[in-house]
Design a protein around this ligand. Structure first.
Ligand SMILES: Nc1ncnc2c1ncn2[C@@H]1O[C@H](COP(=O)(O)OP(=O)(O)O)[C@@H](O)[C@H]1O
Ligand SMILES: O=C(O)C1=C[C@@H](OP(=O)(O)O)[C@@H](O)[C@H](O)C1
Ligand SMILES: [Mg+2]
Length: 177
C-alpha cells in the first residue's frame, strides 16, 4: 500500500474527466474519493440541476465553497471539484493551503463531445451549448492555469490519464508507492 501525502484536487472544465478519472485514480491508489458535486447534492437533498433551478447559481456557489472547505479537512484523498469551483478566490486559497491542484486540460471539441451525451449540466441549458462552453473555457482557462500541475485529458482511455497522474504524483513525491 502506498501513501498519499496530500489531497489531490482535480480542477478544470465540465467534461475534463474530474469525476470519472478521479474515481479511478483513487481506486488505483486505494485512497478515498470525494466528488464535491455529490457532497453538495447530499447536503441539499436534491440534484445539482434542481439546486440551480430552485435556488440559483449564487446559492450553489456558496454551498460549493463550504462543502469544499469541509472536504479539505479530511485525510488526504482524491477530490473532484465542479468546473466552476476554482473560479472562487476563497476556494483557490483553501485548495492552495490544503491540497495539490491538478488542472485536467482538454480542448473544446473533446469537452463538448463528452458533455453533450448527458444533459445534466444546468449552465449548458442554453440555445447554443457549444458556444456557451467555449465562452466559459475562454473565461476560465487563465485561472485553471494557476493550478500546481497540468495533465492533458485527451481523447484516450481514462486509464491513460490515471497513469499520467500516477507518474507525475510519484515523481513529485506526493504519492509514495
Ligand atoms: N479520458 C477520457 N476518455 C474518455 N471518456 C472520458 C474521459 N474523461 C471523461 N470521459 C467521459 O466524459 C464524461 C464526462 O466526464 P466527467 O468525469 O463527468 O467530467 P467532469 O467531472 O470533469 O465534468 C463521462 O461520460 C466520462 O466517462
Ligand atoms: O462548470 C461549472 O460551473 C459546473 C460544473 C459541474 O461540475 P463538473 O465540472 O463535474 O461537470 C457542476 O459543478 C455544475 O453544473 C457547475
Ligand atoms: Mg464532475
Amino acid at each position: 500500500m502506498g501513501q498519499l501525502t496530500r489531497t489531490i484536487a482535480l480542477v478544470g472544465m465540465m467534461g475534463a474527466g474530474k469525476s470519472s478519472i478521479g474515481r479511478r485514480l483513487a481506486a488505483r491508489m486505494g485512497v478515498g474519493f470525494h466528488d464535491a458535486d455529490h457532497a453538495i447534492e447530499a447536503a441539499a437533498g436534491r440534484p445539482i440541476s434542481a439546486i440551480f433551478a430552485e435556488y440559483g447559481e449564487s446559492a450553489f456557489r456558496d454551498c460549493e465553497r463550504k462543502v469544499i472547505a469541509r472536504l479539505l479537512d479530511r485525510e488526504p484523498h482524491i477530490l473532484a471539484t465542479g468546473g466552476g469551483a476554482f473560479m472562487s478566490e476563497a476556494t483557490r486559497a483553501r485548495l492552495a493551503e490544503k491540497s495539490v491542484t491538478v488542472w485536467l486540460r482538454a480542448p473544446l471539441d473533446i469537452l463538448f463531445a463528452r458533455v453533450k451525451r448527458k444533459g445534466d449540466r444546468p449552465l449548458l441549458k442554453t440555445p447554443n451549448p457549444r458556444e456557451t462552453l467555449e465562452k466559459l473555457l475562454c473565461e476560465r482557462e487563465p485561472t485553471y492555469a494557476l493550478a500546481d500541475l497540468i495533465i492533458d485529458s485527451e481523447d484516450a482511455p481514462h486509464a491513460e490519464a490515471v497513469e499520467k497522474l500516477m507518474t507525475v504524483l510519484t515523481e513529485k513525491g506526493i504519492w509514495q508507492p
